[in-house]
Design a binder for this molecule. Structure first.
Ligand SMILES: Cc1cc2nc3c(=O)[nH]c(=O)nc-3n(C[C@H](O)[C@H](O)[C@H](O)COP(=O)(O)OP(=O)(O)OC[C@H]3O[C@@H](n4cnc5c(N)ncnc54)[C@H](O)[C@@H]3O)c2cc1C
Length: 392
């Protein structure tokens, strides 16, 4: 960590601690929308401090941080469920911004990228379908058929995160079913309000449908006609664009999870110290609890080192060369996250299941960490194949 980034991290941690964590009870009890006015005020502070969109280049309105430095910021923001939103680096917008910056046409950048980068709009990404295994993104039912200067999109998607209220969706659909497997699909920008595009419902995740940015929707494209200029990149480039979008995204997610873990460890420790099993006998005196704390500490430290190493590897050697490291951090960190949250909840007893802390929210909503952006098993296959190949 460089000194300049150390000072930045201390300042951001302080903002999270003093302005954002106090918003958690409102968010957990009354939902995202009720918290938005306060979040907008914090966004103003973030902008005035020069911390807006830390991963975006300066000329695009961001801080221009390297992937490694952004990863460290992401850990601090991950300490609260609202941190990334306040800095305009929340999924799925961060991935869509990177995609549009790298591959959007000048018109797409003007109409979609710029308002998104300024935080005036939100977006969503519609690739996964209820009828097909999301683990194989080359096999999609959704189609986009060329019709003169337009494409006509048909398909049903789900787990389109943050679709409610999004100004546009980036949708992946098959443009040529006869093409080689990795060149069958393309990506399109579909603005909200386009005839034939609808957000059907917010899907309940572990019993909670959520709202606004904090939701996951089923989306439908029925004879949805978009101009050919809505296509991102070349026809048939959808799969490679999706892969490119997911690489840094996994590093962002992992560091956010480490932020969650470090907050959970802190909550676990404080509760163990303050809760007495009998007068003068703190829960922290129990060896089992001490071992949970020790295991969590070591696992978090190990995960952080692995993730930062993967981020450096992406910076030095590129995403493709860092592929195995990225796969390894994805399932390793998701596992650490699940175990640390589980121990923290156990230490809190019944309170751990309530909205008195963010632990229950994270336990429900971050269970998906082992599934989205590649399920554990897919990533383990990548790592195992690489190890075995090196031995042949
Ligand atoms: C919280 C959350 C947010 C999401 N947000 C978005 C979004 O914004 N946009 C979007 O398009 N999608 C999104 N998704 C969907 C996500 O990308 C898919 O869930 C993921 O790709 C897995 O696909 P699937 O759910 O269809 O599971 P399937 O592909 O049906 O896999 C089911 C299970 O099979 C096992 N499995 C899969 N492959 C292998 C293998 N090779 N070897 C062994 N076992 C295997 C795994 O255990 C896996 O969990 C989100 C999902 C979640 C949970």
């Amino acid at each position: 960590m460089q000194d300049s980034n150390s000072a930045l991290l201390i300042d951001i941690r302080s903002l999270v601690q003093h302005r954002m964590i106090p918003l958690e009870p409102q968010f957990l009890r009354h939902g995202f929308r009720a918290t938005l006015p306060a979040l907008r005020a914090i966004r103003d502070v973030v902008k005035a401090s020069g911390w807006w969109a830390p991963y975006l280049p300066r000329e695009a309105g961001g801080m221009g941080l390297s992937l490694t430095h952004f990863a460290e910021v992401s850990e601090q923001l991950g300490r609260t469920p609202l941190g990334h939103y306040a800095f305009n680096c929340q999924a799925p917008d961060v991935g869509n911004l990177e995609l549009l910056l790298a591959h959007g046409s000048p018109e797409q950048k003007g109409e979609f990228f710029e308002p998104l980068a300024r935080g005036e709009t939100r977006s969503c990404f519609a690739m996964t379908e209820p009828g097909r295994a999301g683990s194989n993104p080359t096999w999609l039912d959704a189609t986009a058929i060329r019709d003169g200067d337009h494409y006509v999109i048909n398909g049903r998607k789900w787990f389109t995160s943050s679709a409610e209220g999004a100004a546009f969706a980036i949708v992946m659909a098959v443009t040529n079913a006869a093409a080689p497997i990795h060149q069958r699909a393309s990506m399109f920008i579909v603005p909200a309000g386009t005839a034939g595009y609808s957000v059907v419902r917010n899907i309940k995740v572990m019993g909670e449908a959520g709202e606004d940015w904090a939701s996951h929707a089923e989306t439908l494209f029925e004879d949805c006609r978009v101009p050919a200029s809505a296509r991102i990149g070349e026809e048939g480039a959808g799969f490679s664009l999706a892969q490119e979008r997911l690489g840094p995204g996994r590093i962002h997610h992992c560091m956010r999870w480490i932020g969650i873990c470090s907050r959970a460890l802190e909550l676990m420790g404080r509760r163990a110290l303050s809760r007495e099993l009998a007068p003068g006998q703190a829960l922290a005196s129990q060896q089992t609890v001490q071992h949970w704390i020790a295991d969590s500490y070591a696992e978090i430290e190990a995960a952080r080192l692995l993730v930062l190493d993967a981020a450096r590897s992406v910076e030095l050697r590129g995403q493709r060369a860092a592929r195995v490291k990225i796969s390894a951090i994805k399932y390793f960190t998701a596992g650490v996250l699940q175990r640390v949250l589980d121990r923290a909840i156990q230490v809190h007893g019944a309170m751990g299941l309530t909205d008195e802390t963010p632990l229950a929210y994270w336990f429900a909503h971050e269970r998906g960490a082992r599934i989205y952006d590649g399920a554990d098993e897919s990533h383990k296959n990548v790592v195992a194949r690489d190890v075995l190949r090196s031995l042949q």
